[in-house]
Design a binder for this molecule. Sequence first.
Ligand code: DAT
Ligand code: MG
Length: 136
Amino acid sequence: MERTLVLVKPDGVRRGLTGEVIRRIEAKGYTLVRLELREATNELLAEHYAEHQGKPFYEPLVEFMLSGPVVAMVVEGERVVEGFRSLAGATDPTKAAPGTIRGDLGRDWGLAVQQNIVHGSDSPESGAREIGIWFP
Ligand code: DAT
Ligand code: MG
């Protein structure tokens, strides 16, 4: 059985959308294995977003992720990595398809960083790596 790391980002927690994200995950038939309200740190985000260090949106992304608590979850299911990415939709909330979390709920704030409600690991290997970072 596959596992993925899901984060409800600070915009999602602030807007009271944690329950809605969990509802969609459970309705799809996936299982919550771990769940915790957390404050990220610079060090944790440097590891989590290692692939994005040095990119123009990295600093604003970290600032955004530190702007409030996040809800970190480990979610389990058949092909859940790909499946949750489908539920989440495209990175840009304006381009994300209706029916997806980002398409239905994400907003384009015209800011430097996409405030797109959720994170989901992009491969089973990333999932294992990210779960190790958030739930050592
Ligand atoms: P995803 O979260 O869909 O896996 P990603 O890993 O490419 O997307 O980027 C991580 C986060 O960084 C993304 O959720 C929002 C932000 N981001 C990515 N590309 C961006 C860009 N071109 N401009 C602003 N923010 C961006
Ligand atoms: Mg990513």
